[in-house]
Write a protein that binds this ligand. Structure first.
Ligand code: HEC
Length: 133
């Protein structure tokens, strides 16, 4: 009698390739990308709302602070104190030009904000921070 054959090469595939951790880091990278796109989307929606206060909050507070005097970040960039007499006495057109074209560490906004939005922001700066003194 022939006692069958022992299959020596039939060991099951015990080596489990673990690609799970690789997949996880790819997923978190995707999550970060989605988050960044969400923030950019939010910023552009805030601009479209054409609300100077909201635009100031989303675009300017990071350096100028909610009270206009400047955040620590802004101060390290030698930010202008928007409540100061120097700024408050500067003609609106001149301030609008700085917001539009930038000046030293003040970034230009002409590519991200419309002329109307910039004029609105300058009016907001005068109305909101001019009264503080
Ligand atoms: C990255 C930081 C930063 C951001 C964001 C920023 N600013 Fe400024 N801003 C500055 C700095 C720095 C100056 C001072 C520029 C100088 O005179 O050297 C300044 C100056 C100004 C001035 C005074 C200009 C003058 O000549 O007196 C106005 C008005 C102003 N910013 C408005 C805005 C508005 C409105 C926004 C939002 C759309 C904004 N800034 C966003 C940093 C910033």
């Amino acid at each position: 009698m022939f006692q069958g054959r022992n299959c020596v090469s039939c060991s099951s595939n015990a080596g489990i390739f673990n690609g799970a951790s690789l997949r996880r880091s790819a997923l978190s990278l995707a999550a970060v990308a989605v988050l960044v796109l969400g923030i950019l989307g939010f910023a552009s929606r805030a601009m479209a709302a054409d609300d100077a206060a909201a635009t100031f909050k989303s675009q300017c507070v990071v350096c100028h602070g909610a009270d206009g005097t400047g955040t620590p970040t802004g101060k390290s960039l030698k930010v202008a104190d928007l409540t100061s007499e120097a700024v408050q006495k500067t003609p609106n057109a001149q301030l609008a030009a700085v917001v539009s074209d930038g000046k030293n560490n003040m970034p230009p906004f002409k590519n991200s904000l419309s002329k109307e939005q910039i004029d609105g922001l300058v009016a907001y700066v005068k109305a909101t921070f001019g009264k503080k003194k």
